[in-house]
Write a protein that binds this ligand. Structure first.
Ligand code: MN
Length: 495
């Protein structure tokens, strides 16, 4: 999809420029109450081995039963990725040995996945997009977890995660830099959260990335790639790509060749290291799981899910621009988080009044976001309500306070009067804007009379006006209407 080379993406080597090629396989845990093939709970953080059914423990003779909600979640995700939904797909056994995989195989999908090709519009900035192709999405089971740090002599296994449904979302090798890959994961996570199909919580392992990296001289065929397994933060994804590309360029420039292999990223040392040589698909001896029939559903099932999809970020952004007249930047920042976008709309329309959306967006994306950020929470969790924001914006709009005083009122709402009403605060604290020209004129006259040299200077150099504005504001406690102050000063100073 990315067809032309952007110079800023090229990496300089000793022998010239290199192009970095990135494709991602994202494992996204499906939001569902029970596992993919059993009724055991998916609750995170339970006592080890408390959410394990006989199916998850792979007791002989147990039979998997597909969880219809997990299938629906995969289809919703496919629709959200503008992808082809395969009404017939097949579950296969992928055979390998891990201590935390008691079946001895993972039930996955190989040749016939539930979702085929799609596309994600990735926001590099709120105003610059690229398209990244989706190769496929398939459903599979997660494995359990080996615990090596509980005892000096023994390892333990926790099977709570064993059998939890994952969506493996495979991109095309369409990304050309760490920044593009980070933006892709960010957007994919936003889409999954809008859809409610994965919580996107990387700290809890709900979203993990296998990062495929190769390098080539611009115009050459694709190079040999290495896969960096299980990177669990967006920042680490970027770091892993940069160091892996550097490593490969170093080898190639020294006349070596890249071995296709699976590697691990060590964030503390800032390096990737070999984990195992890459297996080929045939090493896994994939075959259709004889315990499961092919998964088939009707077009009606797909259509029903499609009709119930929520508005997705790209559509919301377009609507915010069209309906509210917002610039792409403002709309893009707002829709990056669904709850923030909802909060913005609640502010604009609070109490049935329609407010200036751009001014509301400035507050939400500016002072309110900064405050929320300082608290480490999202905008809607920052203890400022749509009623309070609407109140502030209305006070500015009707001329009761200036934008500058509004910031003071916000500071009071944040620090002293958490549940306060902006209008009451303005009234009880005497913050009302002085629009009475008589009062402003009196202040201006007093300052002019007290500062004859400054008056002379201002006449020669009109940029001195700012000093006078500052003095009037000081005298009026910042409450004078700024436009009125400017007009009166200019008239009285004759500039
Ligand atoms: Mn997988």
């Amino acid at each position: 999809m990315t067809t032309h080379i952007k110079p800023q993406n090229l990496v300089k080597g000793a022998t010239g420029d290199w192009e970095v090629i990135v494709g991602l396989e994202i494992h996204a845990q499906v939001t569902s109450r029970s596992k993919l093939f059993s009724g055991a709970s998916t609750t995170f953080g339970s006592e080890p081995n408390s959410n394990v059914s006989l199916v998850d423990a792979a007791m002989p003779g147990m039979l998997p039963v597909i969880n219809e909600e997990c299938v629906a979640q995969a289809v919703r995700t496919g629709l959200g990725l503008h992808a082809k939904i395969n009404k017939r797909s097949v579950f296969d056994r992928k055979n390998y040995f891990y201590p935390d995989l008691p079946q001895g195989y993972q039930i996955s999908q190989y040749k016939d996945p539930i979702v085929g090709e799609g596309v994600v519009t990735v926001d590099l900035t709120p105003t610059e997009q690229i398209e990244v192709g989706i190769e496929r999405l398939h459903l599979e089971q997660d494995a359990g977890k080996s615990l090596h740090d509980q005892s000096a002599t023994d390892s333990f296994v926790d099977l709570n995660r064993s059998g939890v449904a994952l969506m493996e979302i495979v991109s095309k090798p369409d990304m050309r830099s760490a920044d593009e890959a980070k933006a892709y994961v960010t957007k994919l996570r936003t889409i999954l959260r809008y859809l409610g199909t994965c919580d996107g919580n990387m700290e809890q392992g709900s979203l993990r990335a296998d990062v495929n990296v190769s390098v080539r001289k611009p115009g050459d065929a694709l190079g040999t790639r290495c896969e960096i397994k299980n990177v669990n933060s967006i920042r680490f994804i970027g770091q892993a790509i940069d160091v892996e590309a550097r490593r490969q360029i170093g080898i190639l420039e020294d006349g070596g060749k890249i071995d296709q292999e699976t590697r691990l990223f060590d964030p503390s040392r800032g390096e990737t290291r070999s984990m195992r040589s890459k297996e080929e698909a045939h090493d896994y001896r994939y075959f259709p799981d004889p315990d499961l029939l092919p998964l088939e559903f009707t077009q009606d099932f797909v259509d029903g899910l499609k009709a119930a999809l929520p508005e997705l970020p790209d559509a919301k952004k377009a609507r915010f621009m069209a309906a509210y007249g917002l610039p792409p930047y403002d709309a893009g920042v707002l829709v990056a988080d669904k709850e923030t976008a909802d909060f913005f709309e609640a502010c604009v329309a609070y109490g049935g009044t329609k407010r200036d959306a751009k001014i509301v967006a400035n507050w939400v994306n500016g002072d309110i976001a900064a405050f929320a950020n300082s608290q480490g929470v999202s905008v809607p969790q920052a203890h400022i309500t749509p009623a309070q924001i609407a109140g502030l914006v209305d006070l500015i709009a009707d001329g009761t306070i200036s934008g500058k005083i509004a910031k003071d009122v916000l500071a009071i709402l944040i620090s002293e009067e958490r549940d306060g009403d902006p209008r009451t605060i303005v009234e009880t604290r005497g913050l009302k804007q002085v629009t009475d020209t008589g009062a402003i004129e009196a202040a201006v006259d007093a300052i002019i009379a007290a500062n004859p040299e400054k008056v002379e200077q201002a006449k020669a150099k009109p940029s001195m006006l700012g000093w006078f504005v500052g003095q009037v504001m000081k005298q009026t406690g910042g409450r004078a209407n700024p436009q009125g102050v400017n007009d009166i000063l200019k008239r009285k100073l004759g500039i």
